[in-house]
Write a protein that binds this ligand. Structure first.
Ligand code: ADP
Length: 465
């Protein structure tokens, strides 16, 4: 059975109240009753002994007036009985007092001096009876009996118990107030968050969720809203990605098909086909690039192994830049290299770091202003090498800085600046650097350029991660 949190808390409070009531009824009440009866019993016993001591010498010489006064004080009945069970004297009205109790046997009394019952049927209600022996020269000649109705013995007890019950009712009300507080401050916000979670999960990403308190629940609510936003952004990005991918696949495929048909039907004469083969090659390169990126990202999502080796990162960058010379020339860009030392050994997966540098330099050239420089620097700090690729171009607005690492994210949604991009490059870069357990960051001012800095370890590691 699935219990709601509010029912659980309510049941716990109810259980506490029931347990409280049971302990009052079955533990506290009997305990207090025993103590009250014991106290009364001992007081009456002292009294009975006092009377017994007074009349021990002459049992017949009893002062009835004194006995009556004592009985009145104690709200009890005092009787003097001989060992045969004949009642010699009794306080109160003589007509209601039996003359004898033939079966009277003090040995049957509890602890030999008291009993709680109707005293051999001589009373119509439950009585506490204590008896003290009237003994002379070790010879017991009779007993002083004091009978007090249990109803009267219990009066102080009932008074204290009513106070305990009152306290219990007060506690019950406090518990109800506690439940009300918990309901308003804890249960209701949790229910709101749970409902919002369901709504978000069902795709209702705009479901309003607000939690007033400034505690952990507020944080959970904020995280849930944030998560829902991220989910909706991811799904938006994926939508965009699918649209981009379809477009990016379709446009080269359309032109490839167009050129092949034109070659086939002779629209492009045989002597011009060489030129068009180059275009076809470019278009297939674009398709290859796109599918490679998609494959890369899928591979990086799984558990992949890095093939780490020691290599000179400075030399590696120098050689890599040769392949970018053509594109740099087209934009009149110059490469500025600032290496702290001639050579700098790092321990990393060379092929993956080539991908990282390729993507960063490719973006750098793509977004640089013509006639500017692309600065590439390496510098050592501790056991790390900091590698920076910095361009002087359009830069990235502050609000977009966190998003550029997201898969499928492209700032220029019209894709005018970045026709071939799929928005996967930087997320591949970050996955690779994170797989090396290193960091990458981007500093940028919109309109002034962007700098990407990442670290690699200098120290050798013998294992392959
Ligand atoms: P792509 O694979 O399409 O190049 P990236 O993930 O590499 O995508 O980059 C994502 C987006 O980040 C690009 O569309 C671009 O808008 C922005 N960006 C990346 N590098 C730079 C840069 N050096 N200058 C300005 N914007 C950049």
């Amino acid at each position: 059975m699935r219990l709601h949190i509010r029912s659980k808390i309510f049941l716990v409070i109810l259980l506490c109240l029931v347990l409280g009531l049971c302990s009052i009824l079955f533990i506290i009440y009997p305990l207090v009753e025993t103590m009250a009866v014991k106290e009364e019993r001992q007081a009456l016993y002292r009294q009975a002994n006092y009377i017994a001591a007074s009349y021990r010498a002459n049992i017949g010489n009893v002062n009835k007036g004194q006995i009556e006064a004592m009985a009145y004080d104690e709200e009890a009945t005092i009787r003097i009985i001989d060992i045969e069970g004949t009642i010699l004297l009794s306080s109160g009205s003589d007509t209601q007092t039996p003359t004898s109790v033939p079966s009277f046997n003090p040995a049957l009394g509890i602890d030999g001096y008291y009993q709680i019952d109707d005293f051999y049927g001589t009373f119509h209600e439950e009585m506490l009876t204590v008896y003290a022996p009237l003994a002379k020269d070790v010879l017991i000649r009779g007993y002083v009996l004091i009978h007090k109705p249990m109803r009267l013995v219990k009066i102080p007890l009932n008074r204290s118990m009513s106070f305990v019950f009152l306290l219990f009712v007060f506690m019950g009300m406090l518990f109800l107030l506690l439940y009300l507080y918990l309901y308003l401050r804890l249960i209701r916000p949790i229910e709101k968050i749970a409902k919002a979670g369901l709504e978000f999960a069902n795709g209702n990403r705009t479901y309003p969720l607000s939690v007033q308190s400034k505690d952990e629940l507020h944080d959970i609510a904020l995280s849930e809203i944030d998560l829902s936003k991220q989910l909706s952004e991811t799904s938006d990005d994926q939508h965009k990605f699918m649209a981009n991918i379809s477009h990016d696949f379709r446009s080269p495929l359309t032109s490839i098909r167009g050129y092949i048909v034109a070659m086939q039907d002779g629209t492009i004469p045989a002597e011009m086909q060489d030129k068009y083969f180059h275009i076809l090659l470019d278009e297939t390169d674009r398709l290859m690039n796109l599918s490679n990126n998609i494959l890369d990202i899928t591979e990086l999502e799984g558990n992949f192994l890095l093939q780490k080796t020691v290599f000179d990162i400075n030399d590696f960058i120098r050689k890599m830049l040769l392949s970018f010379e053509g594109r740099a020339l087209e934009k009149s860009l110059t490469f500025e290299l600032t290496f702290e030392s001639e050579s700098q050994e790092v321990y990393a997966d060379k092929a993956r770091i080539e991908q990282v540098l390729h993507n960063l330099i490719d973006n750098g050239i793509k977004f640089s202003n013509p006639n500017s420089t692309l600065d590439i620097a390496t510098r050592k700090a501790g056991d790390k090498v900091f590698i920076s690729v910095r361009d002087h171009g359009i830069g990235i607005a502050k609000e977009n800085l966190a998003k550029i690492w997201n898969r499928f994210y492209k700032i220029d949604s019209s894709r005018g600046k970045d026709k071939k991009g799929s928005g996967l490059g930087l997320s591949i870069v970050r996955e690779i650097i994170q797989a090396h357990k290193e960091n990458i960051d981007c500093i940028s001012t919109e309109g002034a350029g962007a700098e990407f800095i990442f670290t690699l370890p200098i120290s050798k590691e013998s294992r392959i991660v």
